[in-house]
Design a protein around this ligand. Structure first.
Ligand code: ATP
Length: 196
């Protein structure tokens, strides 16, 4: 039914006028998991940040379901690269996941019991429910990463951007997360299939 979840056309990005990304073009079809592979410094994070509008583009176009991302009302989940997060922020794992629910609630509504339950379920999906009350700064690197994945899942988004989501997670968790992502993919595919 029309537009792809993500279309990137001739995207170029510069930091302090120094170009680091040149004319990147690709399209993400509905219900697909796409991996971006490249050496350190190739511009993978830059590509994701520019697609999300977190950093300005030098030129090019990013369309989310046919419109610029900022004009979209749909929910987009983002798992930032671990190093870019302030881990000393005094909050526990469940609260971090609850942040994922705020986008659904709007500014004025307080999260209720149903949101807490949904957040707990997401923590459970990444095997982190026993750590719900633990301060985020007191978790291991891989555990922090899993909490941020849970936060993205709690957004119940239509499109997810994940910047190196497997850094620091052990092999068993990586497997569990891949199967989780495949479930999400299947859900999107089914929804898309049902409507077009
Ligand atoms: N805030 C910034 N200011 C200036 N240059 C930057 C900034 N962020 C990244 N760069 C540079 O832009 C280039 C692309 O960086 P980017 O973080 O997108 O790479 P990456 O492919 O995600 O790398 P990695 O695999 O190491 O995470 C690199 O040369 C990097 O040094």
């Amino acid at each position: 039914m029309g537009h792809s979840p993500l279309v990137v056309r001739d995207l170029s990005v510069a930091y302090q006028k120094k170009p680091v990304l040149f004319d990147a073009s690709f399209e993400v079809p509905e219900g697909k998991l796409i991996g971006i592979i490249g050496p350190n410094g190739a511009g993978k994070s830059t590509l994701i940040k520019a697609a999300l509008g977190l950093i300005p583009k030098l030129k090019g176009e990013v369309l989310v379901y046919g419109k610029p991302y900022k004009q979209q009302l749909l929910k987009v989940g983002y798992v930032p690269q671990r190093e870019s997060v302030d881990w000393d922020f005094p909050t526990n794992a469940l609260d971090v996941v609850m942040m994922g629910r705020y986008g659904r609630l709007g500014w004025f509504k307080r999260p209720g019991a149903a949101d807490r339950m949904a957040a707990m379920e997401c923590l459970d999906k990444v095997g982190m429910s026993p750590y719900a009350d633990r301060q985020i700064s007191q978790l291991s690197g891989g555990q922090q990463q899993r909490v941020f994945l849970a936060r993205a899942l709690a957004q119940d988004a239509q499109l997810y951007f994940m910047d190196e989501p497997f850094v620091g997670v052990d092999a068993a968790t990586e497997k569990a997360i891949i199967s989780l992502l495949n479930d999400l993919k299947r859900q999107r595919k089914n929804r898309a299939g049902g409507s077009s």
